[in-house]
Design a protein around this ligand. Sequence first.
Ligand code: SAM
Length: 286
Amino acid sequence: MSNIAPTSSTDTAAVLLDGVRAVRRGAAALAGLEPDAYARGHAAFECLSDQRRLIAEHLAGRLTGMGDGPISVLSVGCGDGSLDARLAAGLVQGVPGRPVRYVGVDPWVGSAERFAATMSALGADELSSDAYVAPFDDSSVEETFDVVMFVHSMYYVPDLGATLRVALGLLRPGGQLWVAIAPTAALNALVVALAPPLEGHRQWFSADVEKAFVDAGIFLDDVIALDAQIDLASASDEVLDFAVQARLTPDLRGPVRAYLDAVSVPGTDGRPRVPHPVDVFVATRR
Ligand SMILES: C[S@@+](CC[C@H](N)C(=O)[O-])C[C@H]1O[C@@H](n2cnc3c(N)ncnc32)[C@H](O)[C@@H]1O
C-alpha cells in the first residue's frame, strides 16, 4: 500500500484499491462463482441498481423505432429473462396482434429454464419463444433475427471479433446488433483486480468491444453511455461477490467495502451510490 497521505477522495480510492491488490499479491486466483450463485447474486445486484430500468427504457425505444411489422429478437446471455420479458411484453402490447419471435441463449440451464418460464408466463399467443442452453459460440441457432443483443454477456465470450462476426451473420439485412457492456470504471476496477481469469482470457469491457468492432471493420452506428448508480452500501456478501465476479475471502470484504465507500457519490436520496455506467454499441447488418 502507498505510504503517501491521500489528498482527495480519488486519491483515497486509489490507495484503497492498492490495498485490495496488496492483499492479493502473490496469492492464488480467487474462486469464481458457480452458476447458481452467479444468477442469485446477479438478481439481487440488479435490485440495488437503476441500471436495468435505464437499459430497458433505452432498448424499448430502439425496438419501437423498428416499425410495426413482425419482429424477431435473439438475446445472447439472456439470464433469467427478466429484462427480455419486459422488452417482449412491450413489443406484444405496443402493436396488438404483431408476431413476435424472441429467442434466448445462455450456457447455464437454470437461467435458460427461467427465461423460458418467464416468457411463457407472459401468456401472449403472438409471442413465440425458444431457449438454447449453450455458450454463444457453441449454440446451434440457425434462424436470422431483426435484433441480436448481448446485454452484459460480452464479458465472457472467448473471442470478441469472432463473436461480433457470428452475431452479425445471424441478422437479416438491415437488422441491428446491440451490445450493452460496462466500461472499466470504479466498480469494474475491482473485477480487474479480483476476478479469476476465464478460459484463456480476462473479462472484456467496453474499450475491448469498441476495439473489436474497429478491428473487425464493423461500422458502429451509435455508442450510448447510460449513467446508472448502485447502492452497494447495503449489499449482502453474495451481491458483493457478484459485483467483483469472484468469491471474496473474509480478509478482502473490509478493504473492498472501504473502496466502494470511497468511490461512492450521493444518490438523489443522499445515500451513497457507486457509479454504475453501461455503454450500448449499435451496428447494422448492411
Ligand atoms: C450478467 S448476466 C446478464 C443476463 C441478462 N442479459 C440481463 O441483462 O439480465 C450474464 C449472462 O451471460 C451468460 N453467459 C456467460 N457466458 C456466456 C457465453 N459464452 N455465451 C452466452 N452467454 C453467456 C451468463 O450465464 C449470464 O446469464
